[in-house]
Design a protein around this ligand. Structure first.
Ligand code: SAH
Ligand code: AVI
Length: 325
C-alpha cells in the first residue's frame, strides 16, 4: 500500500477537554443540550449507517441518485488536476461516482476524507487504496468547525464536498461561520459541493426521523452511551424517549431525549450530579431543511458563486456546486 498521510488535528487530550467542557456546560444549562458530534463514536457511526438504510430515511438514497447521475457534470466544471476533500465523510460512499468521474478524465490528483471519527477515516483510506492505486490518499481527523485551516494544499484546485445534509446540522450562526472559514481556507476557483435536504411535505421529513424500526431513536440515545463510556456516567438510556419535532417556522427538525421518569444521573469524571424532572428534555441536535434560493444567497454572502443545483426525481435533496470567488 502506498504511503498515506494521516493528519490528526485533534489530540486525545484535546477531545477529552472539549467533551468535558461541552457536557458540563450543556447539562447544567436550561434547556439541557449536547452537541451533535458526540453521537459518532464507533457504535454511533454504525447506527448512523443503519439509519441511512431505513426506508423512511430518503436523504441517502436521494443524494446518492443525484451524485450518480451528475458525477460527470460535476467533474466537467474546471480543468486540470483536482484534490477532493470530503468533510464529515463517514464511509465516503456517496462521493465515489464523483471520484470515478474525475479519475476517468485523468484529473483526480488526491482524495482526503476529513472526519472527527478517526476509525471512519482509517477504514476509508484502507478501502480506497485498492480502488485508486494511482491517487494520493490522505486523511484528516479533525473538527470541521475548528480545523478548516488544515485543508491540504499542494497547489492544485480543490473540490470540498460536504454531503449527507450535515450542513443542516448547524444553527444559523454556526452555518455563517462555517461558510466564512471555508471561504478563507480556499482560493478563487476552488469549489464547494454541498448536499442539502430541501423543504418538503413535513410528513415525509418527520417519518425520516421517526423510523418504524427505531434506529434513529437508538442513534439519538447513543449520545448517553458515549457519556457513560467516556465520562463514567450512569445514564439509563432506556429511560429516555427519542423525540423529533418539526418547526415549520424555521424549517427545522429538532431532536431531543425526554426523561420518562424523574432521575438523578451521576457523571463521575465531572464530579457532577444532573437531575431530570419527568418529561424534561435534552436537546441533542437540529437538522435544518433549505429552500434553494435561500441557500444560494447564503453561499453568495460568504464569497461563493453558485454554479449549479441538481435534485433527485422527487426534488427531495439538492446538491449545490459553488465556486470560491
Ligand atoms: N457524509 C456521510 C456521513 C454523514 S453523517 C453521508 O453522507 O452519509 C455525519 C458525519 O460527520 C459523521 O461521519 C460524523 O463523524 C461527522 N462529523 C460530525 N460532526 C463533525 C465535526 N464537527 N467535525 C468533523 N466531522 C464531523
Ligand atoms: C448527519 N445528519 C445530516 C443527519 C440528519 O439527518 O440531520 C443526522 C441524523 N440524526 C438523526 N437522523 C439523522
Amino acid at each position: 500500500m502506498p504511503h498515506q498521510e494521516l493528519r490528526i488535528c485533534i489530540a486525545e487530550d484535546d477531545l477529552d477537554a472539549a467533551l468535558r467542557l461541552d457536557v458540563r456546560r450543556g447539562l447544567t444549562s436550561r434547556p439541557k443540550h449536547l452537541p451533535m458530534r458526540l453521537h459518532y463514536d464507533g457504535r454511533g457511526s454504525a447506527l448512523f449507517g443503519e439509519l441511512t438504510r431505513q426506508p423512511e430515511y430518503y436523504q441517502t438514497r436521494s443524494e446518492r441518485a443525484v451524485l450518480r447521475d451528475r458525477a460527470a457534470d460535476i467533474a466537467a466544471f474546471g480543468t486540470g488536476p483536482v484534490a477532493v476533500v470530503e468533510l464529515g465523510a463517514g464511509r465516503a460512499e456517496k462521493i465515489r461516482p464523483v471520484l470515478d468521474a474525475f479519475a476517468a478524465a485523468g484529473r483526480l490528483e488526491a482524495f482526503w476524507p476529513f472526519d472527527v471519527a478517526e476509525g471512519e477515516v482509517r477504514d476509508v483510506l484502507a478501502e480506497l487504496a485498492a480502488a485508486y492505486p494511482d491517487v494520493r490518499l490522505g486523511g484528516i481527523v479533525g473538527d470541521f468547525t475548528r480545523h478548516l485551516s488544515q485543508l491540504p494544499d499542494n497547489g492544485s484546485a480543490r473540490l470540498v464536498a460536504f454531503l449527507g445534509g450535515t450542513f443542516g446540522n448547524f444553527t444559523g450562526p454556526e452555518r455563517g461561520r462555517f461558510l466564512q472559514d471555508l471561504r478563507e481556507a480556499l482560493r478563487p476557483g476552488d469549489r464547494f459541493l454541498v448536499g442539502a435536504d430541501l423543504v418538503k411535505d413535513p410528513e415525509v421529513i418527520l417519518a425520516a426521523y421517526n423510523d418504524a424500526a427505531g434506529v434513529t431513536a437508538e442513534f439519538n440515545r447513543n449520545v448517553l452511551h458515549v457519556l457513560n463510556l467516556r465520562l463514567g456516567a450512569d445514564f439509563a438510556p432506556a429511560h429516555f424517549e427519542h423525540v423529533a419535532l418539526w418547526d415549520g417556522g424555521t424549517d427545522t427538525i429538532d431532536m431531543r431525549l425526554r426523561a420518562m421518569k424523574p432521575m438523578t444521573v451521576r457523571i463521575a469524571d465531572l464530579d457532577l450530579d444532573v437531575s431530570f424532572a419527568v418529561g424534561e428534555e435534552i436537546r441533542t441536535g437540529i437538522s435544518v431543511k433549505f429552500h434553494r434560493g435561500e441557500l444560494e444567497s447564503q453561499l453568495r454572502a460568504a464569497g461563493f458563486a453558485p454554479a449549479a443545483c441538481w435534485t433527485d426525481a422527487h426534488g427531495y435533496m439538492g446538491v449545490f456546486l459553488a465556486e470560491a470567488v
